[in-house]
Design a protein around this ligand. Structure first.
Ligand code: PEP
Ligand code: MN
Length: 655
């Protein structure tokens, strides 16, 4: 049993809680559960849970039916998000985190070269063994401390935190300052003295599943780590031993959803050691992501055929690059996004075109940390826009809710928010024209980023409601449009439009009505304590909404923002609005300018110009070619061929 203490608990309160528990036959221990202080109680005592919950300093009491407590979802319902390397890299939540590197550190050059290539493809954490637990005593045992120093050097040079295996309690202490995350290998999963020692060091730990360990044994090993003091543990499925010998181990895909339901800890997968055959690594990796894994750890070697260990399962850099692209494409299907290192900021001359600030100088500026930026969105808690902003700015991002799309622009303009999240287009229902038009009405606002979110709609109602009790359905008009086919099957339902989908859910929660349902995302049902009557009611599962991040244009950079992430990135996309002279071929001339410079048009839409009946403006999204100067030349040229030219922003496009 876990007693979660309130934030303002006094030491006197704590002592009284301990005495209360001891008097009733429990042994007690002080522990940490995520950011909460807790008192763990073990034994066969008898206690009145309600009475315990009312003691001063008690936030809540979490009893679990499982032998593990701190790792259980029964004691902590929200996903744990593990921070590595001072918070630069996170594992868990709505992101997919990829760790890559060689099986073993073989030389200073080899680890540096591997770090550079995996980083280039988007890996965010560097792996590599300095101490290798090998089945044969005659096999390469690793370079030891020297290897770890090479790896730290490579990680620092490439801006990647490192994760490496620790094989003994004594070494853990020596390695502490050289590594960002400890790995406990499969063979050591039940080395309890090692678990206690490593857990007490307080660093993040990657805990691999033993080749013959049950899920319960694995979770109990994680419990050792948390009980010893660390709060950052990531579980890693790496294949178990079965009767099948074709692959090195058998990847237990089903362990992923099982463990994610049993525990709040992130779960990643190591397909390299699971299958042991290079050609099978990528399919197994994609299957793991599809099954809900929070990330992967992959062996990559610049020359696998020369590798000193695990060459046959190590990916060639090109294979890793391809796999990263596939993961990026798959991620939105499971409602996640690949956390990747920003691509190099080459050819970033766009800002120079629109301001006097030289591109190089612009790059040197350190952007404000994302966490400190307030983001505005339209709607209530649980809205899709809130999920979109958490994707870009993190789960803990401070945010404000406004009651209209216009309110987002006002909040950013007035400075009550540093950024805003604006939906502009849905793959089923089309453009949200109101928001397109707002860009022209707010010339001091620019587009700074883009995110595409898969939208799964649910029919949500009061706990007592069922399909037959429903007579009224509330949602945003976009929600109705995206669920047209489902609604057509229920012609008697009265549709009531609301400001946002989550707001529709909130209104039902307030009123407690059983005849009203809402169309919104499952997150809104959870936030407002309602139930999902039917999930996945959108007309087509390929339902995505595109959101734009907006910011205030700053004075020295009159048009562009090149960064939504922690490090400035080369923008890949830009949005423009222009009108053309009323004469034959004028739009064609504009399109030709872009075609001549190799600029790809990803969207072209016309909108009526307010106050000028039958005249139109063109909203254009383009991809920015890598070729130096091509984009700037085209923009300059366009200005000369258009009547009214607005550069809405250059940003990093999302898949
Ligand atoms: C490793 O990741 O380097 C390794 C040895 O893996 P495992 O402990 O899963 O065999
Ligand atoms: Mn290996």
């Amino acid at each position: 049993m876990i007693v979660v203490l309130s934030k303002n608990v006094t030491s006197h309160d704590k002592e009284l809680i301990r005495i209360y528990l001891r008097d009733r036959g429990y042994t007690v221990r002080d522990q940490q559960l995520g950011d909460d202080e807790v008192i763990g109680a073990a034994g066969k005592g008898v206690v009145d849970l309600r009475e315990l919950g009312l003691l001063p300093g008690v936030e809540r009491v979490a009893a679990t039916s499982k032998p593990y407590e701190l790792v259980s979802r029964e004691t902590k319902t929200g996903d744990t998000i593990v921070s590595i390397g001072g918070g630069n890299v996170k594992i868990g939540g709505s992101r997919i985190t990829v760790i890559a590197g060689p099986c073993a550190v073989e030389s200073r050059e080899q680890i540096r070269e591997t770090a550079e290539t995996v980083r280039e493809s988007g890996a965010v954490l560097l792996r590599g063994g300095a101490y290798k637990p090998r089945t044969s005593p005659y096999a390469f045992q690793g370079l030891g401390m020297k290897g770890l120093e090479y790896m730290k050097e490579a990680g620092e040079a490439c801006g990647m935190p490192i994760v490496t295996e620790v094989v003994s309690p004594e070494l853990a202490v020596d390695m502490k300052d050289l590594t960002d995350m400890f790995q406990i290998g499969a063979r050591n999963m039940q080395n309890f003295e090692l678990l206690k020692k490593v857990g007490a060091l307080g660093k993040p730990v990657l805990l691999k599943r033993g080749p013959s360990a049950t899920i319960e044994e694995w979770l109990l090993s994680a419990e050792y780590l948390l009980a010893a003091g660390t709060k950052d543990v990531v579980l890693c499925e790496r294949g178990i031993r079965t009767f099948e010998t074709y692959t090195r181990n058998t990847l237990d895909i089903s362990a992923i959803p099982v463990v994610k339901a049993l525990s709040h800890l992130p779960v990643i997968v190591d397909p390299s050691h699971a299958v042991g055959i290079r050609a099978k690594v990528a399919p197994a990796a994609l299957a793991a992501i599809a099954a809900g894994a929070d990330g992967l750890t992959l062996e990559v070697h610049p020359r696998p055929d020369d590798a000193l260990s695990d060459g046959p399962q190590s990916l060639y850099p090109e294979q890793f690059e391809k796999l990263m692209r596939d993961i990026e494409a798959l991620a939105p299907v499971v409602g996640k996004e690949l956390l990747r290192t920003p691509r190099p900021n080459s050819g970033g001359t766009i800002s120079a075109v629109f301001s006097e600030t030289p591109a190089r100088e612009h790059r040197r500026k350190t952007p404000e940390p994302l966490q400190s930026q307030v983001v505005a969105y339209n709607g209530e808690s649980g809205a899709f826009a809130e999920q979109a902003l958490m994707r870009v700015f993190g789960e803990e991002a401070p945010r404000i809710q406004v009651q209209s799309f216009r309110g987002i622009f006002d909040a950013v303009l007035e400075g009550s928010a540093a950024a805003g999240m604006v939906p502009v287009e849905n793959s089923l229902a089309g453009s949200i024209h109101e928001n397109y038009d707002l860009f022209l009405r707010y010339p001091d606002i620019a587009i700074a980023g883009e995110v595409k979110l898969r939208i799964v709609h649910c029919l949500i109602a009061d706990q007592r409601a069922d399909m037959d009790s429903i007579a009224i359905v509330r949602s945003h008009p976009q929600g109705f449009a995206q669920c047209r086919n489902f609604l057509d099957k229920h012609p008697s339902w009265v549709l009531e439009a609301c400001n946002d989908t989550a707001g529709a859910v909130a209104s039902i929660a307030r009123e407690g009505a059983v005849k009203v349902a809402a169309i919104a995302g499952a997150a809104a049902a959870e936030v407002h304590g309602l139930k999902v009557l039917k999930e996945g009611i959108e007309t087509n599962p390929l339902n995505y909404t595109r959101f734009l991040v907006i910011r205030r244009r700053n004075a020295e950079n009159t048009g562009t923002f090149v960064c939504t992430g922690p490090v400035p990135e080369r923008p890949t996309k830009a949005s423009l609005v222009f009108s053309v002279p009323d004469k034959p071929g004028s739009l064609f001339a504009c399109l030709k300018i872009m075609a001549d410079q190799g600029i790809n048009l990803s969207k072209l839409e016309s909108r009526p110009i307010q106050g000028k009946p039958w005249e139109y403006q063109f909203y254009v999204d383009v991809t920015i070619p890598e070729k130096d100067g091509a984009f700037s030349r085209a923009m300059e040229d366009l200005k000369g061929h258009t009547e009214d030219f607005h550069f809405l922003g250059a940003y990093r496009g999302s898949l």
